[in-house]
Design a protein around this ligand. Sequence first.
Ligand code: ADP
Length: 259
Amino acid sequence: LERALERAQRIDSLGQLAGGVAHDFNNLLTAILGNLEATRADLEKGSPMDVALAEAEHAALRAADLTRQLLTFARRQMLETRAVHVAPRIAESEAMLRRLVGAERTLVLEVQPDLGTVRLGAGQLEQLLVNLVVNARDATAPGGTVTLRARRLEAGDPSAGEPTPTEPSVELVVQDSGVGMDRETLERVFEPFFTTKSVGQGTGLGLAVCHGIVENAGGTIRVVSAPGEGTTFTIRLPAGSERSSPSRGSGAVTGLGSV
Ligand code: ADP
């Protein structure tokens, strides 16, 4: 427990640091993007200068996305939550997820139609799916498969597998047939800034963000992986009652527990 607490505190202070940096960065990026846009407006479309600036704009947008992730991570405790209908939301994200996985790998979707709702902040379900699916894609060689499964579990559900759920839950599983992870990597995957990817490819924030979102929603995230045997991430989120009014929830404010 002590180790878990220590780790949680480390993750928390890193989060605060990251949030401060992200905030300043965001202001700088706004200035960069604004000037790029103004300059491009005066240029002939497709001219060498326009192409070069478009590339700069693309990089700045990517950086803005990164700082957004950082801010989400740092501010997750304050985010307002709402009831999210899981199956329709996944259906809305399908095209984007397929684009991310690309044509060289197969994305298999197995989503129950009647999943009900979970309580999450705006965009958080998409963030969970994108972060896990992108990691799965990166770990998988061309020709491989990424599978996204979603099912509803009832309390005490004997078909749920370990651990038996104590409350109605929605389970999201992202499984890949990729390279898998060694023990050392596995122990650190949820740490902010931990990455095995090269500079520019990975930020080490994807899974820290996922962990924060799930923790804040009162859910669990687990990972099973072995070198050469692929990886399975399993998220369980408490299911909302179908009749829940669309009232503005004050998502439970919690600290970080063990990973
Ligand atoms: P990033 O993707 O930017 O590196 P993440 O926090 O999303 O940051 O992931 C941290 C690390 O965990 C990755 O660099 C990789 O080593 C490992 N990892 C995550 N998902 C997988 C996966 N599906 N298969 C193998 N390794 C993974």
